[in-house]
Design a protein around this ligand. Structure first.
Ligand code: SAM
Length: 244
C-alpha cells in the first residue's frame, strides 16, 4: 500500500541530481510526465528525440517500476560514449529545444522513473506550472461503475493536472476502450482549464514525433496494434489565462 512508500514532502525534496546525474547543477526539472508509464516505452522513444528535455515516468507497480529503472540504467551504460543524434532537419523547432546543444549529455540521461501512486502524490513531485506534457496512455479502464472513482481522470485530479502543467502545456490521452475514451474526453472538455486540441493542429505545431510515440511507442499501444484494436486519442491544452 501507499504507506510502505516514502514520498517527498514537496518537489524540492526530490533529489533530481540523482535521477539525472548528467544534468546535475543545471537546475532542470522534468517537463514531460508519463503517468502509469508501465514498461516505459514512451519515455525510451522520446528520450532521444528530445534529449534536452527531462522526462519522468510514474508507475505504481513495484516490479514494473524496477524493470523500467533497470532498463534506463542499461541504456545509459550502452550509450555512455555515443553522442546524441541531431534531430532531423524536418523537425520544426517546438518543444523545449529538440535540437541537441553541444552540452547535451549522452542518450537516456534525460529519462527517469519513480514508483508512486500518481493519484495521490502528483504535487509532491511537480511544482506548479512546470510540465509541458502529461501523458495518460492506455490507462487501466476500471469498467464497473463502482470503480470509476479509481479512474486516473476525474474532476479532482484534473485540478491537480492543471496545477502542475504550464499554461500552454498539453495533456495526451489514448485508449482502446471506447467507454474510457468517452469518459476522459468528456471530463477534460467540461473542465474549464483545458481546451481540446485536434491531432492535426498538434502536428502542425511540430508535435508529430510525440503523437507517433503516443500511438505506438508504449508496450500497451503495440499490443493493441498487434490485435488490430482501435485507438482513441484525445489531447487538450492547459489554457493560458484563467477565465475566472
Ligand atoms: N502507459 C503504459 C502503456 O501504454 O504501455 C501502461 C498501461 S497499463 C494498462 C496502466 C499502468 O498504469 C499500469 O502499469 C499500472 O500499474 C499503472 N497505474 C495504475 N494506477 C496507477 C497510479 N495510481 N499511479 C501510478 N501508476 C498507476
Amino acid at each position: 500500500s501507499d504507506h510502505a512508500l516514502a514520498y517527498p514532502a514537496s518537489p524540492d525534496d526530490v533529489d533530481w541530481d540523482s535521477h539525472y546525474p548528467a544534468f546535475a547543477g543545471t537546475g532542470k526539472t522534468p517537463a514531460f510526465a508519463d503517468i502509469g508509464c508501465g514498461f516505459g516505452g514512451l519515455l525510451i522513444e522520446l528520450a532521444t528525440k528530445y534529449p534536452d528535455t527531462l522526462m519522468l515516468g510514474m508507475e505504481i507497480r513495484v516490479q514494473v517500476s524496477q524493470y523500467v529503472h533497470d532498463r534506463i540504467v542499461a541504456l545509459r551504460a550502452l550509450n555512455a560514449h555515443s553522442t546524441p543524434e541531431p534531430a532531423p532537419e524536418s523537425l520544426p523547432s517546438v518543444e523545449p529545444t529538440p535540437v541537441p546543444s553541444s552540452s547535451t549529455p549522452s542518450p537516456y540521461q534525460n529519462v527517469s522513473i519513480v514508483r508512486a501512486n500518481s493519484m495521490k502524490f502528483m504535487s509532491n513531485y511537480f511544482h506548479k506550472h512546470t510540465l509541458s506534457a502529461l501523458f495518460f496512455l492506455f490507462p487501466d479502464p476500471h469498467f464497473k461503475s463502482r470503480k470509476h472513482k479509481a479512474r486516473i481522470i476525474s474532476p479532482t485530479l484534473l485540478a491537480e493536472y492543471a496545477y502542475v502543467l504550464k499554461p500552454g502545456g498539453i495533456v495526451y490521452t489514448i485508449t482502446d476502450v471506447k467507454d474510457l475514451a468517452d469518459w476522459m474526453r468528456t471530463h477534460l472538455e467540461q473542465f474549464p482549464l483545458f481546451e481540446p486540441m485536434s491531432e492535426e493542429d498538434l502536428r502542425k505545431e511540430g508535435k508529430g514525433p510525440i503523437l507517433d510515440a503516443v500511438y505506438n511507442g508504449t508496450e500497451e499501444g503495440k499490443k493493441v496494434e498487434r490485435n488490430q484494436g482501435e485507438k482513441w486519442l484525445a489531447c487538450f491544452r492547459r489554457i493560458e489565462v484563467e477565465r475566472i
